[in-house]
Ligand binder design. Structure first.
Ligand code: PGA
Length: 252
C-alpha cells in the first residue's frame, strides 16, 4: 500500500468574519493536541486569510484560499494571484469548486492555467471535479471526470501530478445531506486514480484524492476507510469546530 497521508480540508465558502474565524481557531487548535497522521487545511475567505495564517502559525493547521487568478499580477480587477496568497503565508488553494464553475463561469481552460500556476508558486492545489445528478443518471460520471481531469491537468508535467490534491465532489451531494455511498465514492475515486495512472503510475499512487459532499462526523470514517479515499473536503460540517475535529479524528 502506498503511504498517502490523509488530508482533511474545511471549505468555509462565504462564511466567517475575522472575529468568527478567530473564535473557531481558539476552540479548534487546542483540541488538535495529540492528533497525528492527518494534514488539516482550512479554506477561508480572502478577508480572513492573513489573520488565520497568523493565528495558526504555531499549529499544524495550514491555510488555503478558495480561488486565485493564474497571472502573477496585472489589470484583473477583483482578482488575487498565487503570489499574493503566498505573500500572506497561505499554503494551499481550492481550484474548480463546482460552485465557482456553475455560478461564476470558471472554465476548464482557466483551470488548466491555474493548477500549474499554483504549483509554480509553491501552493498545494486542491482541484475539485465531479458530476451533476443528471450526468450520473445518464451514466456519464466517468466521462465527466475524465474530461475534467484531462483538461484541468493538461499543463501539469506527469511527474508533478502527485503534488496535486484532487477532490471528488459529486454536485448532487454538496450541501444536500445526500452523501455518496461508500461504494459510489470508492468507485469514482478509484476511477480518478486510474485515469491519472494513464499519465504517470507513480504519481497516481502518490496523489491524494478526497471525497466531498455532505461529509459529516457520522459518515466520515467509513468514507475515508475506502482504499482510494485519502480524506475529505468538508463544507457545512466544517463551520463548527467540534464537528470538524470529529472528521479530522476519523481521518487520522
Ligand atoms: P458540503 O460541501 O460538505 O456542505 O456538502 C462540500 C463542498 O462544497 O466542498
Amino acid at each position: 500500500m502506498p503511504d498517502r497521508r490523509p488530508l482533511v480540508a474545511a471549505n468555509w465558502k462565504m462564511h466567517k468574519t475575522v472575529d468568527e474565524a478567530g473564535d473557531f481557531l481558539e476552540r479548534f487548535i487546542p483540541s488538535l493536541d495529540g492528533l497525528n497522521g492527518v494534514d488539516v487545511v482550512l479554506c477561508v475567505p480572502y478577508t480572513a486569510l492573513a489573520a488565520a495564517v497568523d493565528r495558526t502559525r504555531r499549529s499544524p493547521v495550514r491555510i488555503a484560499a478558495q480561488n486565485m487568478h493564474f497571472e502573477p499580477e496585472g489589470a484583473f480587477t477583483g482578482e488575487v494571484s498565487a503570489q499574493m496568497l503566498t505573500d500572506v503565508g497561505v499554503s494551499s488553494v481550492v481550484l474548480g469548486h463546482s460552485e465557482r464553475r456553475a455560478l461564476f463561469g470558471e472554465t476548464d481552460e482557466e483551470l488548466a492555467h491555474k493548477v500549474p500556476a499554483a504549483l509554480e508558486a509553491g501552493l498545494l492545489p486542491i482541484l475539485c471535479v465531479g458530476e451533476s445528478a443528471a450526468q450520473r443518471d445518464k451514466d456519464e460520471t466517468q466521462a465527466v471526470l475524465a474530461a475534467q481531469l484531462d483538461a484541468d491537468l493538461a499543463a501539469v508535467e506527469p511527474g508533478r501530478l502527485g503534488e496535486v490534491v484532487v477532490a471528488y465532489e459529486p454536485i448532487w451531494a454538496i450541501g444536500t445531506g445526500r452523501t455518496a455511498t461508500t461504494q459510489q465514492a470508492q468507485e469514482a475515486i478509484g476511477f480518478v486514480r486510474s485515469k491519472l495512472a494513464e499519465r504517470d503510475a507513480g504519481a497516481a499512487e502518490a496523489v491524494r484524492i478526497l471525497y466531498g459532499g455532505s461529509m459529516k462526523p457520522d459518515n466520515a470514517a467509513e468514507l475515508i476507510a475506502q482504499p482510494d479515499v485519502d480524506g475529505g473536503l468538508v463544507g457545512g460540517a466544517s463551520l463548527d469546530p467540534e464537528d470538524f475535529l470529529a472528521i479530522c479524528r476519523a481521518a487520522a
